[in-house]
Write a protein that binds this ligand. Structure first.
Ligand code: 0RA
Length: 622
């Protein structure tokens, strides 16, 4: 009895610790932390798959924002824990870090914020239910805010039932700022896990929308590369190696394309290390060494110096390491810190890629030709940059001339409107609140950076003005709200897409941080007696004119220029009344593919995309 009481107190203390400082366990209590709960549960099933007992994992987002994760593994053990005198599953669900006790894998998929254990999810869920099938018996237990509210009970027994574990939970609204799961965020991670764990079937179903994805890839990270590059022109087949050295398991696949973007995904123990780290540094320096020494030995460099950046232009790569005691660092704990990983990945990459290029000289030459053109473009761009820098020093005019800046210099408060056309730019300058709203008019179709070299990009006046105004490439950016304001027509959409391509390819952090917005000017203006009503959508307009006398006068705005300055401010720029669309990055893989398809060199995937998506177009104003 004393023992039992002591355990109960321990459980309460653990729950309290997690609820007092949830960020310590899951990063934050916002969007990231919310989705982390699901990954935590899925990771447990992946562990079971990695030891070979599970080949299917299903994730369901329910209408009430609860989640179910179901696997066909052995089932969490239900027998009485010898010391705790409670069913093992209850111990796992209620005690911090209990999971590890049952784990006998060589590489534990945990560390940092990851693998904190399902008990953390339980403590942060207003309810959680676990259902375990073992030997045709179904066991069930329910918890509320981390505490068992029922005992583990057999609720079914059927000979046809397979073993497995099902965990369902609902995040506690008292803990999380908002509870709304993103299908794209969950789906990206689940697809990634399918690539990293070849042969496992992972599915995700969104019951709110009936959207469903199923992922299974036998080819692992090589298939990942094929998937990433499916709409790009590739220069050679994917190159792949898998080897262990000094206790670190290293798997790398890479392929050069004719694009200008670098697309490298790095993982440590299946965790997407978005902030990079030692394994990524080792890979980068390994590939640079292999390329530069091959180029030198075969007299291919033509006196041009190749640097690391050049070797990654157009490079798609996946680097996945498994390491016994991973150290996760960085702001979001997604940077691998283990120093030993650098040397191991570097030496394996250098050795393997050097040998590959020696054996496949045609592939090597194609890659090196591409890299040399990157070097030339970089050197030319550097010269151009040096020139403008000198000019700027001389003229002392660091900000672009057509920027109408605001007086506020705190980037948390200051906003920049990038406006299509000089006439709308003029209205915006007159109508704005000059205290915190800056206006940068742009001429129209800016350069498509997807298809341009560094040199070409840096010689574009329009792009230079945008980068300079925001402070891209400088120490601090000047605005944390960058608002794209274009006409609601085809040209406007094109300009908006070109700007988004610029930000996504050249200043991804701005997109990742949620600093990019799109202004939503109204499409309709309804004059009724002395009242003026604005509406964004046809349905919205119809709703608003219901009950008014017939012949209300309706004007369709063709462009921003049709609004006078006060009207433009009131409808589109006034923080009290405006509607802004924030651009977020939920699925980086999908975003890369979309920009490649829409803005890249290949025509066929674009034609196909347009054909497939034409049915979603509602307003087409040509
Ligand atoms: C440890 C031992 C055993 C199963 C598991 C862990 C397990 C945990 C989870 C979490 C989600 N799904 C899971 N599936 C299995 C089995 C030990 C045995 O049966 O001998």
């Amino acid at each position: 009895m004393e023992e039992y009481k002591a355990k109960e107190i321990q459980v309460l203390e653990d729950i309290e610790a997690v609820r007092m400082r949830p960020a310590m366990y899951i990063g934050d209590t916002d969007k990231r932390g919310l989705h982390h709960l699901v990954f935590e549960v899925v990771d447990n099933s992946i562990d079971e798959a990695m030891v070979g007992f599970c080949n299917r994992i299903d994730v369901i987002i329910h209408k009430d924002e609860s989640i179910t994760v179901k696997d066909n593994g052995r089932g969490i053990p239900i027998d009485e824990h010898p010391i705790e005198k409670r069913p093992a599953v209850e111990v796992v669900m209620t005690t911090l870090h209990a999971g590890g006790k049952f784990n006998h894998k060589a590489y534990k998929v945990s560390g940092g914020l990851h693998g904190v254990g399902v008990s953390v999810v339980n403590a942060l869920a207003d309810w959680l239910e676990v259902e375990i099938t073992r030997e045709h018996k179904v066991y069930h237990q329910r918890y509320e805010i981390g505490k068992p509210v029922t005992s583990l009970k057999i609720i079914n027994e059927l000979s046809e039932l397979d073993d497995g574990t099902t965990v369902s939970f609902h995040p506690d609204p008292q803990v999380f700022q908002q509870i709304r799961f993103s299908f794209d965020i969950l789906s990206e991670r689940i697809r990634e896990l399918a690539f990293l764990n070849p042969g496992i079937l992972l599915t995700i179903l969104d019951e709110r929308t009936e959207k469903k994805h199923e992922f299974t890839y036998k080819g692992g990270i090589v298939e990942f590369i094929n998937f990433l590059n499916s709409d790009k022109t590739v220069l050679h087949p994917p190159i792949y190696f898998h080897q262990e050295k000094e206790g670190i398991d290293v798997e790398v696949a890479l392929q050069y394309t004719d694009t200008y973007t670098e697309n490298i995904f790095a993982y440590a123990n299946s965790i997407n290390t978005k902030e990079g780290g030692t394994h990524l540094a080792g890979f980068k320096s390994g590939i640079t060494k292999a390329i530069t020494s091959y180029a030198k030995e075969h007299n291919l460099t033509k006196e041009i110096e190749i640097v690391g950046d050049d070797t990654r232009e157009g490079l798609t790569a996946v680097v996945a390491v498994k390491i016994a005691d991973p150290q996760f660092e960085g702001q979001t704990k997604t940077k691998l810190g283990n120093p030993e990983a650098k040397g191991v990945v570097e030496s394996l990459s250098t050795t393997y890629f050097s040998a590959y290029y020696e054996q496949n000289p045609t592939d090597a030459e194609k890659a090196i030709k591409k890299i040399l053109s990157a070097s030339k473009s970089r050197i030319a761009a550097q010269k151009a940059r040096d020139l403008t820098r000198k000019k700027e020093l001389f003229e002392r005019s660091p900000l672009p001339g057509k920027l109408a800046d605001c007086s506020e210099d705190n980037p948390d408060i200051a906003e920049l409107y990038i406006v299509e056309g000089d006439s709308a730019g003029g209205s915006a300058k007159q109508g704005r609140d000059r205290k915190f709203q800056a206006i940068l008019p742009i001429k129209g179709k800016i350069l498509n950076v997807e298809k341009a070299t560094e040199e070409k990009i840096l010689s574009s006046e329009e792009i230079k003005a945008i980068m300079k105004a925001i402070g891209i490439g400088e120490e601090n950016i000047r605005y944390k709200k960058i608002i794209i304001m274009t006409d609601a027509d085809i040209d406007g959409s094109h300009i908006r897409t070109l700007l988004l391509t610029l930000f996504y390819r050249r200043a991804k952090e701005l997109v990742e941080s949620g600093y990019i917005y799109v202004a939503q000017p109204p499409l309709y203006k309804i004059k009724h007696k002395k009242k003026i009503i604005y509406a964004h959508l046809e349905a919205d307009m119809n709703e608003k004119i219901k009950g008014l006398d017939p012949q209300p006068e309706i004007q369709l705005f063709k462009g921003l220029g049709e609004m006078n300055p006060d009207e433009l401010f009131f409808t589109t720029m006034d923080p009290q009344t405006r509607l802004l669309k924030q651009i977020t990055l939920e699925d980086a893989v999908e975003a890369d593919k979309t920009f490649t398809i829409l803005m890249g060199e290949k025509v066929e995937p674009r034609r196909q995309f347009i054909e497939e998506n034409a049915k979603y177009v509602e307003n087409l104003d040509v």
